[in-house]
Design a protein around this ligand. Structure first.
Ligand code: FAD
Length: 321
């Protein structure tokens, strides 16, 4: 029997988990992502300092927690194979709950999950439309088309929606209106260690930042490298600032955390779809025939764990249809 064919749009956590689930059920799966690499919001960045050494930053997700037993067993396996490790048990004292990170930066986890899958990066999906010989056809930006018996969409919802308008499928209005908080970030390479207390992270320390992370203390950067995330309110207020103004403002706000060190290189970064503001009450949303499924962290929770659980659910819906 010919294997059924699925296309997964997005090689973030949801897409990779959906793809792995489908591959386990003997589907022929292709994952398409517009990015140069896999990971989506599990992004890790390198910045070269003036002395040519390279600083490493987690730029999107910083760490993750575990609640669901299905996620716990996956995390235990990732720890066993050396992809993930516990960083600490809280940033304002030990609250007993492990915070996990990927060794070598968060992208390493998604690279691990992509192993053995047909993942095509630098492939921007333009549209999904009804197919002629299969249920769906996925149109890519180079003009090529992929036929699919099922498609799993894992982009942030407004993006997934715009790519699937051509399917004629109607989505619940509330789903269409899902909005996302924005995050503006500053990645700063320093000439000395910052003033961030052990274990190396500060959550909501002031009116500007939601997170300040020391990537050396975290164990991923060989030289001083700090990730600053502005909170949703500050990010919304300054979204349209030009990059130079934004960088100046964030650099000023970062000063108290530098401990006398100087920023020797930096990047100003924006996440338009950082965190869904409202969650859909199911782990994914499928069409009546279960051949077009929407997944991602807007479904099972606005975090690493939610993205993983949503991807698993989407893969299972298609595989069991
Ligand atoms: C700044 C920030 C900090 C965070 N911190 C934490 C944290 O500390 N702990 C935690 O648990 N979670 C955190 N999160 C949330 C976590 O990163 C996300 O919940 C999770 O990574 C989402 O995974 P996903 O697969 O649903 O979506 P994504 O990772 O966004 O994957 C979607 C993919 O779709 C691709 N795509 C979009 N459009 C197209 C197209 N047209 N064609 C092809 N591909 C396309 C994108 O390139 C992307 O790779 C943070 C997120 C951000 C942005």
């Amino acid at each position: 029997m010919t294997a059924r064919r699925a296309v997964v749009v997005g090689a973030g956590l949801s897409g990779l988990m959906a793809a792995r689930t489908l591959a386990e059920h003997d589907w022929n799966v292709t994952v398409l992502d517009k990015g140069r690499g896999v990971g989506g919001r599990m992004a890790t960045r390198r910045i070269t300092a003036p002395d040519a050494r390279v600083a490493i930053f987690d730029h999107g997700a910083q760490f993750f927690t575990v609640r669901d037993p299905r996620f716990e067993s996956l995390v235990n396996e990732w720890v066993r194979v050396g992809v993930v490790r516990e960083w600490c048990r809280g940033f304002a004292g030990d609250d007993g709950h492990p915070r996990y990170v990927a060794n070598n930066g968060m992208t390493a986890l998604t690279k691990h999950l992509a192993n053995g899958l047909d993942v095509r990066t630098s492939n921007l999906v333009f549209a999904v439309k009804p197919g002629t010989t299969t249920r769906w056809t996925v149109v890519v930006d180079d003009g090529s088309e992929l036929d699919a018996d099922a498609v799993v969409m894992t982009c942030p919802l407004p993006q997934s929606y715009s790519l699937t308008v051509t399917t004629g499928v109607e989505l619940p209005n509330e789903l269409l209106l899902t909005d996302y908080d924005r995050t503006i970030g500053l990645l700063a390479v320093l000439d000395a260690s910052p003033a961030i207390p052990a274990p190396g992270g500060l959550q909501n320390p002031d009116a500007v930042f939601s997170w300040i992370g020391d990537n050396v203390a975290k164990g991923i950067s060989p030289i001083p490298a700090v990730t600053f995330h502005a909170n949703p309110e500050w990010s919304a207020q300054h979204w349209d600032d030009d990059a130079e103004t934004g960088l100046t403002l964030l650099t000023e706000a970062a000063a108290p955390y530098l401990g006398g060190a100087t920023i020797v290189a930096s990047e100003y970064k924006k996440w338009r779809f950082a965190t869904p503001k409202k969650l859909w009450p199911e782990p994914c949303h499928a069409t009546a025939d279960d051949t077009l499924v929407f997944a991602g962290d807007a479904f099972a929770g606005p975090k690493v764990e939610g993205a993983v659980l949503s991807g698993l659910a989407a893969g299972a819906v298609v595989a069991n249809a």
